[in-house]
Design a protein around this ligand. Structure first.
Ligand code: ADP
Length: 498
């Protein structure tokens, strides 16, 4: 079996690149989101845990010892000890003594020389922290890094007429250093781990996905190849279940139409061969007759009576007529068959045309003692069609009706307005057509009972031409016939409304 490459290496490469790109993007987003929330989670936990620290400082240290000297200045000795003690226990915190309006009164972490350090702390976050009892996650100013926001604990004090706040930054400089360091290590490990895992999963999932996606494609490719190799019955089973349903169905439809076109072409070819065989036969007979009579006339010119000569000449004349008739019909039919005839539709009076045709065929009908009649109760019927094509069709139908009707019979051409159409009906009281033959009489070279009266035998082209003319007018012709009773050929043409 040939190897089945459903997807080209180029497409596979593109799919892989897209897949890896997607996976990496997802991995990066995942790491970023995890980092962000992990950081937030740790900060929130720290703030909740240490929410009461500022309160404790006030309760423990300001009880009995004032943070202010008698002259109102800050008791730096007391405060310095306090801050150093606290920060020795928990290196991540930084303690500030704030005045009533948020001005920084003292802190051991602030370098008095540092011009960049803040002089004030925004009171809004502090007040909402106190109001909520420290239960809400709020960020406040970091005096050492103005512009940055940090988690904090705060509590108000009121000692010796001094009011203000103890403000403790919970994630101070030390915390930040340790956290940043750990974070970068954590990120590196997470990044490497996540990348490796993602790569592994992407390879597994990618292979599985490509296998699944191409499963249906492989089936279709196999079927198309079978069809290509000559198995015309190859079709995709259950196309509605395929992932690429439209494609599968389209292939099946395409295969059906290829097969049906092939059948059609084969049958056209078969008919063409039959036509050639029949035409040659039809041409040979009158030609042989002609040749025979002409030779007789040439050889026996002197011994023949005048009557005999006239009779022989009449026979040759009839055969020439037959020949030219056949050639004309063949020519006409082949033009119609090759779709070279474009109908030129125009309004015309079918009543007038019928009168003309009846007049034309009256002599032939009278010769056979057949009554030929026009039944047209409406005065003048106008139709919209190609006048010469309709004339040709009516001519063929009347000709047949007269040909297949016995003497004393009757042929009627009836015109009746029916809604937006005019119904045209050619009825005879002739031989009729056997029911089983009726569906085939419009096919080329179909003649009912070939052995019948040879005089009546035509070439089987008359009705085929009529059928083609009907097709060009988007209408159909129906035959109603009973053997020995007669036949009716009925068709409609669009009436012309003035
Ligand atoms: P043909 O040249 O043989 O008449 P047509 O195509 O005109 O060819 O007709 C096909 C066949 O249909 C005829 O051979 C004849 O058997 C049958 N047929 C056509 N018209 C009539 C009719 N009015 N009455 C009986 N048979 C008919």
């Amino acid at each position: 079996m040939k190897s089945e490459k459903t997807l080209t290496p180029k497409l596979v490469k593109k799919l892989w690149l897209a897949f890896i790109g997607l996976v990496l993007l997802m991995g990066a987003s995942y790491i970023f989101i995890t980092g962000y929330f992990a950081n937030k989670h740790s900060q929130e936990t720290t703030q909740r845990l240490n929410a009461e620290v500022a309160n404790h400082v006030i309760a423990e240290k300001f009880n009995g010892a004032s943070p202010f000297m008698e002259d109102g200045s800050v008791n730096k000795a007391l405060f310095g000890d306090l801050m150093h003690d606290m920060m020795a226990v928990n290196q991540s915190i930084e303690v500030y003594l704030l005045g009533k309006s948020g001005e920084i009164l003292y802190s051991v972490v602030l370098d008095p020389e540092d011009k960049d350090a803040a002089k004030n702390v925004d009171l809004i976050p502090i007040e909402s922290f106190i109001a909520d009892g420290g239960t809400r996650f709020i960020l406040g100013d970091d005096p050492r890094n103005p512009g940055e926001k940090k988690i904090f604990s705060a509590a108000p004090y009121s000692v010796d007429g001094h009011e203000g706040y103890i403000y403790i930054v919970l994630a101070g400089k030390k915390f930040q250093e340790v956290s940043d360091n750990l974070m970068s290590q954590y990120f590196t490990r997470l990044g490497v781990g996540a990348t490796l895992l993602t790569m592994l999963f992407s390879v597994i999932i990618g292979l599985l996905a490509i296998w699944f996606i191409t499963k249906n494609l492989r089936l279709i490719t196999r079927t198309v190849r079978k069809f290509h190799d000559g198995d015309l019955k190859a079709r995709i089973a259950h196309p509605e279940k395929s992932d690429i349903e439209v494609f599968a169905k389209s292939f099946n439809e395409m295969a059906d139409s290829i097969v049906s076109n092939m059948d059609k072409m084969q049958s056209i070819d078969q008919l063409r061969r039959e036509l050639i065989a029949n035409v040659s036969h039809d041409l040979r007979t009158p030609l042989a007759v002609l040749k025979g009579y002409i030779e007789t006339l040439q050889i026996k010119r002197d011994s023949l009576t005048e009557e005999e000569k006239d009779e022989y000449l009449q026979i040759t004349h009839d055969n020439v007529d037959k020949l030219s008739n056949l050639i004309n019909q063949l020519f006409e039919y082949s033009k119609l068959e090759a779709e070279q005839v474009v109908p030129v539709k125009e309004p015309f009076s079918i009543t007038e045309l019928s009168h003309d045709l009846i007049a034309k065929f009256r002599v032939i009908a009278q010769k056979k003692e057949i009554e030929l009649e026009l039944d047209n109760p409406e005065e003048n019927c106008l139709v919209f069609a190609d006048v010469s094509l309709v004339e040709r069709a009516l001519q063929n139908l009347i000709e047949n009706a007269i040909k297949y009707t016995e003497p004393k019979g009757k042929v009627t051409l009836a015109l009746h307005k029916k809604g937006k159409n005019v119904e045209i009906n050619i009825t005879d009281t002739g031989t009729g057509i056997p029911v089983n033959e009726q569906p085939y009489i419009f096919d080329r070279y179909k003649q009912v009972d070939k052995s019948a009266d040879s005089k009546k035998q035509g070439h089987g082209l008359g009705l085929a031409i009529v059928k083609k003319i009907m097709d060009l007018h988007d209408t159909t012709i129906t035959v109603l016939s009973k053997p020995k009773e007669g036949s009716s050929f009925i068709f409609n043409l669009p009436a012309y409304q003035m």
